[in-house]
Ligand binder design. Structure first.
Ligand code: X2X
Length: 340
């Protein structure tokens, strides 16, 4: 389907229930939603992001007594990440959950949580992202025309999978044809490690691994599971190189048009769902190693030392400190300790 056809079908689908209700008796018409938000994302329905977003949407419908409806379009149905980012700004869709890496194509400082090997653990991650680092990024997104909910959703610590070899230390990255998201920081980081990275939208990942356009990719284990990447990969190296999360972003005009009461119901539902989703990802991740081994992936746990050293030597930390600026960088370091 072309994007154009897909979009007009979607418009028709979104309009149908409201228009259809016009022919109904008054009692049914009263239940027609006054506000309909389309929410697009890039993940399969089985990922906790979709499971918990559906719960939040149901909660909004119930608490708004049917006045507000959120329709979920998972799995890149509305196009890839770059398309959805453009649509949420233009108002083609009202909600989207891009990874911080993808948001950085619009608001560069959003990639700051993805600085290689910055966070030791989740307690540092959530302190920073629910605290001053998250607030700084949200202000930058608002300047770029995107509203966002306060609580970030978890993607996870990114690991490296490959069809050609296990990655035990930085020298194994040399020349590796690896897919990374559409993210300047990811490209720079993998170049710094000596790999040959290519940016592709997530919608292209499975097929590009299958046809060996690339040999490797990097993603948190729950994504390797739900997108069945283990079918087209042999090795999984627990590099933990980037912590990545999804921002719940909203079209600014559509958000500002919502009555305060509905804004409150909606942001409460999604911020609460985010906390449950974080818990789901943690549990999935704990069980994923055994599951993926059972599905045939060979798993190893490299030490971060050689990777950090390679990045330092490539001036990765000092370069990105310069790009993000001293203020943002010191906020990050107030949670992680000194990085550069
Ligand atoms: O595209 C990816 O690799 C994913 C699913 O992790 C993001 O959305 C960045």
């Amino acid at each position: 389907m072309t994007n154009l056809v897909r979009r007009s079908l979607l418009r028709a689908a979104a309009a149908a229930p409201v228009a259809g209700a016009l022919g109904f008796p008054a009692i049914v018409r009263a239940a027609a939603p006054q506000y309909v938000f389309k929410y697009g994302n890039n993940l399969p329905l089985t990922h906790p992001l979709n499971v918990r977003a559906k719960e939040a949407a149901d909660q909004v419908k119930e608490q708004s007594k049917g006045r507000m409806e959120i329709r979920i379009f998972p799995n890149n149905q509305l196009g890839g990440d770059t398309d959805m980012l453009a649509q949420v700004r233009s108002g083609g869709i009202e909600m989207f959950t891009p990874s911080a890496l993808v948001v950085s194509t619009l608001a560069p400082v959003a990639a700051i949580n993805a600085i290689g090997f910055a966070f030791n653990d989740y307690s540092q991650v959530w302190s920073a992202m629910d605290g001053k680092v998250g607030a700084y990024v949200r202000a930058a997104m608002a300047k770029a025309g995107l509203e966002s909910f306060e609580k970030m959703w978890d993607n996870g610590f990114r690991e490296t999978t490959s069809s050609s070899r296990a990655i035990a230390n930085a020298s194994d990255m040399r020349g590796l044809k690896i897919r990374v998201p559409v993210s300047p920081l990811s490209i720079d980081m993998f170049k710094g490690l000596g790999a040959a990275p290519t940016s592709l939208q997530f919608s292209e990942v499975y097929s590009s691994l299958q046809t060996h356009i690339v040999d490797a990719q990097e993603n948190p284990l729950p994504i390797v599971q739900v997108a069945k990447l283990y079918e087209v990969q042999k090795y999984c190296s627990l590099t933990n190189h980037i912590w990545d999360g999804f921002w719940f972003v909203l079209n600014q005009r559509a958000w500002q048009k919502l009555p305060k009461e509905l804004q409150g119901i909606t942001s409460d539902a999604f911020n609460q769902a985010a906390l449950r989703q974080r818990d789901d990802v943690r549990k999935l991740n704990d069980a994923a190693v055994a599951d993926l081994q059972g599905k045939g992936l060979s798993i190893n746990r490299p030490s971060p030392d050689t990777f950090r050293a390679a990045l330092r030597q490539a001036n990765f930390y000092s370069d990105w400190k310069g790009r993000f600026g001293n203020e943002a960088w010191s906020l990050l370091e107030s949670y992680t300790g000194k990085l550069a």
